[in-house]
Design a protein around this ligand. Structure first.
Ligand code: PHE
Length: 343
């Protein structure tokens, strides 16, 4: 075999070997190693063969050179192809699979306590109330003292809460919003103030240490106990139905006089038709104590009013027949979906 022929055979053998290596390459790095190993200008094996060109007769060189170019081009083309196939495979992995069945959009539903809050709010809004808010981090003055509750009063103990560095506290009820509203606005006042409150309470079926409250306050000239009772009775009828009755039980709050616990008796569906439920407590309330009006510079001889505070979670319990308050906080979708009207 002439030198020329043996070089050409060598080049073809190299091409076969290189093509096999391309076939075996598992990733781009392996492909690049094949390219450098065979086509690399300095150490590539094809370039190595071409270095033997100098020893050939000048008239034989073009044949070997042409063959070398053909081999290089064939190998480069195969490497390019393999690379493109790898790219396409990677893209296909990350691309959406258009053959999958569609996902139907999930429609969220309001939490039962949020629903109760919304319903309570829309009833009072219809009765002419506006919405008010106050901070959860309060001072002792707003939470207790301005509400006619000296700090050493037993009522302050009952509402022991978390104290903050620098003398603040987490409000134990929404009643401080009464004070903030009366300081900021002259009567007539008719507000509803929802928000979180915090108390040293056990975590059990009817208590949670943090809970939502809704405060109501009405201050105007000539507001009487009749307005107080009639407003709450109207609320109860609109919320639970026309047959609902309310009962006021004498109670005590430092900031109302007289004070009452408000109970409701609902008409519920019994086995043989509608029956009345037991009396159930829904809120604390009362006529605003003149001492509170004095603390915010409202003349108690001219103005009077009433206030109430209720827990919408308890009200939602009654409305939906839930017997454990904690279920509202446990985020179990199987429980929550029952009230949201969604599946
Ligand atoms: N703030 C009282 C409580 O949390 C409820 C209340 C509000 C009572 C307004 C009377 C008037 O227990």
């Amino acid at each position: 075999m002439s030198d020329v022929d043996s070089l050409i055979v060598e080049l073809r053998a190299l091409l076969d070997e290189a093509l096999e290596a391309v076939e075996a390459a598992a990733d781009e790095a392996a492909l690049e190693a094949v390219r450098v190993g065979f086509l690399g200008r300095k150490d590539g094996r094809i370039s190595g063969v071409l270095r033997g060109l100098g020893a050939l007769d000048p008239e034989d060189r073009p044949r070997v050179g042409q063959e070398a170019n053909r081999v290089k081009e064939a190998l480069q083309a195969r490497i390019d192809e393999a690379e493109a196939a790898m790219d396409a495979a990677r893209e296909a992995e990350s691309a959406p699979d258009l053959t999958l069945p569609g996902r139907s959009p999930r429609i969220g539903g309001a939490h039962p306590v949020s629903r109760a809050m919304d319903e309570i709010w829309s009833i009072f809004r219809a009765l002419g109330f506006t919405r008010a808010r106050g901070p959860e981090a309060e001072t002792e003055w707003y939470n207790f003292e301005a509400l006619n509750t000296p700090l050493d009063h037993p009522a302050a103990d009952e509402q022991d809460t978390l104290y903050l560095e620098g003398g603040g506290l987490l409000r134990s009820h929404t009643s401080p919003v009464q004070i903030r509203t009366m300081l900021a606005h002259d009567p007539p006042i008719r507000i509803l103030a929802p928000g979180w409150v915090h108390r040293r309470d056990t975590y059990d079926a009817t208590h949670t240490p943090s809970f939502l409250q809704i405060e109501g306050l009405v201050i105007d000239e000539g507001v009487t106990f009749v307005d107080f009772k009639a407003t709450l009775a109207e609320f109860a009828r609109r919320y639970w139905g026309a047959g609902t009755r309310i009962r006021l039980r004498p109670s005590f709050f430092p900031f109302t006089e007289p004070s009452a616990e408000v109970d409701v008796k609902r008409v519920v569906e019994g086995p043989d038709g509608p029956v009345e439920s037991d009396w159930l407590e829904i809120m604390g309330a009362g006529m605003v104590d003149p001492a509170v009006l004095e603390a915010v510079n409202i003349d108690p001889d001219r103005y009077s009013g009433f206030a109430f505070g209720m827990g919408p979670a308890r009200i939602a319990m009654l409305k939906y027949g839930v017997d454990d308050l904690r279920t509202f906080f446990e985020s179990d979708l199987r429980f929550l979906r029952q009230f949201a009207g969604v599946r």
